[in-house]
Design a protein around this ligand. Structure first.
Ligand code: HEM
Length: 532
């Protein structure tokens, strides 16, 4: 986003300096232009229809572009600052788009619970339409019967306990591979971010389609390997996050001035190629009875089973299968490792909490075996550590934008149909009015509480709430616990002399750490086999 703002700033400054240099000859012209501009502004402000009840308060913008030039790139902080000035509900205008910011549990409750059916819509940005098979996935699909069908299928068949249990061995294999890789580096500096990101990507790939990811792409392995996939995924997310003039000024949409839609299409066809070859591979394997037996029930198999149900209500088209694969890959590959990295950061900053977690792991898991998913329900302190991490560092800080399907009233203000509503979970989860000593990392606050990830309490909802709550909650819960539990159980972690990991974040679709976490591992477990 900052690029656009920088460009706007540069344009403004260039225009200004040009005006100054040539000021002599152009003074009357400039005065006339200024007068016309003021009239246009006045006309524009007056022409805004008076709505009753009014729109929420917010900063006054410029004609046509609205508040666009004044937006700060760290949106979660900027929205908090605005709510300090204008109150817990405020409005911005970006070109034709109205943005509503929400920063109080009672208003979040109105949007995500009382009026959930109205606010459960999404309006796919132009890049999402181009980049997700026309918005056929879950994340960008408008609310309605098709969305409900797709979501129910995924929740019932894939994210259910049985669905997730069916591919546990695939998750386990990749986590064990990470532990082995780190063990080869004991005593030296390890980039925890790199280890977690590579593992999460492998986990997502093997969970999605089972095989060893490096063998996936067959002959094209050299060019489309894991790193290429990572690069393309990053590019995909960047393309979505880029502010697009087509969204702010729909009249410009046919021209795709920034080339964002065509880039999204190119990326899509790259992923399309990968999925196509994986699906064909799978269908071929499926033809061979013997091979079929070997294939674990990964997501791909489960989705293809749904596809093969033909015209049944619960069937999926092959395009929907691909759109869902992309959704899962984008949804899971950044959020999970980023959360695990934040948890490790907080633990390394708080040796007393780390010691408590080590004690719990030693008691529940012991030192003769390794952390397995069956241990997770007994690891109460680990659960509290992850909950506290997601309170302070919710990786999707403003949720995804909710779009009302009809004009409605929230907090006594009119919220127009089709505007974008951003709910600042990050700010609420750090609000001193809602939490004692909110900036302190204190997992113990979750030991006595019944707060869950299900979005039933609007002081704490890192996965969102209502119909649009994250579909990957159960998978994320298992994966983050397995990753953090395995890192802490297998190694004792030290920091470089005189350093302490920082807490600075950088805003994006996923709120990441500004600097990667590095630390030095020492093996804790007695048997070499525990690292194989
Ligand atoms: C720590 C990990 C994760 C966090 C904190 C997280 C958080 C979120 C949040 C806040 C939303 C938006 C909810 C809303 O708009 O109200 C969301 C949506 C979504 N997430 Fe996650 N997520 C995580 C992991 C995952 C995983 C592992 C997957 C899939 C494998 C996933 C797939 C999705 C999808 C498809 C949506 C769109 C749901 C819809 O629009 O109906 N997420 N997630």
């Amino acid at each position: 986003m900052s690029n656009l703002y920088n460009n706007l700033a540069v344009l403004a400054c260039e225009g200004w300096s040009w005006g100054c240099i040539h000021a002599h000859g152009f003074a009357p012209f400039m005065a006339a232009a200024l007068a016309i501009f003021c009239c246009a502004w006045w006309w524009w402000v007056m022409k805004i229809p008076k709505i009753n009840p009014p729109l929420p308060p917010g900063p006054l913008g410029l004609p046509i572009i609205g508040n666009l030039p004044f937006i700060q790139p760290e949106l979660h902080r900027y929205f908090l600052d605005l709510s300090r000035i204008y109150g817990p509900i405020f409005k911005l205008r970006l070109g034709r788009m109205i943005v509503i910011g929400i920063n109080s549990p009672s208003l979040a409750n109105e949007v995500l619970k009382d009026q959930d059916a109205i606010f459960a819509n999404r309006d796919s940005p132009a890049a999402a339409v181009a980049g997700t098979f026309g918005g056929l996935d879950i994340a960008w699909r408008s609310n309605g019967p098709d969305y409900n069908r797709l979501r129910k299928l995924v929740m019932r068949e894939i994210m259910s306990k049985q669905g997730l249990d069916a591919c546990y061995m695939l998750r386990r294999r990749e986590v064990r591979r990470m532990v082995k890789e780190i063990h080869e580096k004991v005593g030296s500096i390890v980039n925890i971010d790199e280890q977690l990101s590579a593992t999460a990507l492998r986990v997502m790939m093997s969970t999605l389609w089972g095989d060893d990811p490096s063998n996936l792409i067959g002959e094209e392995r050299q060019s489309k390997d894991l790193f290429e996939l990572r690069k393309q995924l990053d590019e995909f997310v960047r393309t979505f996050a880029a502010p697009n003039l087509s969204d702010l000024f729909p009249v410009l949409a046919p021209f795709d001035i920034q080339g964002i839609e065509s880039k999204a299409k190119n990326l899509l066809s790259w992923f399309y190629g990968v999925f196509e070859s994986v699906i064909n591979n799978r269908i071929n394997i499926g033809d061979d009875g013997k091979e079929k037996e070997k294939v674990s029930k990964d997501f791909m198999q489960q989705l293809l089973d749904l596809h093969q149900r033909g015209n049944d209500k619960s069937s999926l088209s092959i395009t929907e299968v691909k759109a869902l694969l992309l959704d899962m890959m984008v949804g899971g590959t950044d959020t999970i490792p980023t959360t695990a990295e934040w948890a490790m950061t907080e633990l390394l900053r708080h040796p007393d909490k780390m010691a408590k977690l080590v004690a719990e792991l030693d008691m529940v898991v012991g030192n003769q075996t390794v952390v397995e998913e069956c241990h997770i329900p007994k690891l109460i302190y680990l659960d509290a550590v992850i909950k506290e991490t997601l309170r302070l560092h919710p990786v999707v800080p403003l949720l995804l934008p909710h779009v009302p399907s009809e004009t409605s009233i929230i907090g006594g203000y009119t919220i127009p149909k089709d505007c974008r509503v951003f709910i600042n979970a990050w700010a609420m989860q750090r609000d001193p009015k809602l939490w004692d000593d909110p900036l302190r990392f204190q997992p113990e606050r979750f030991l006595e509480s019944d707060m869950s990830y299900r979005g039933n309490n609007f002081r704490y909802f890192p996965f969102g709430s209502g119909r649009r709550i994250c579909v990957g909650v159960s998978m994320a819960e298992k994966m983050v616990a397995l990753l953090v539990g395995s890192l802490v159980h297998s190694f004792q972690w030290g920091l470089l002399e005189g350093t302490k990991p920082g807490l600075e974040d950088k805003f994006g679709i996923v709120l990441k750490k500004a600097e990667s976490l590095v630390a030095i591992p020492i093996a804790r477990l007695p048997n070499l086999e525990q690292y194989q």
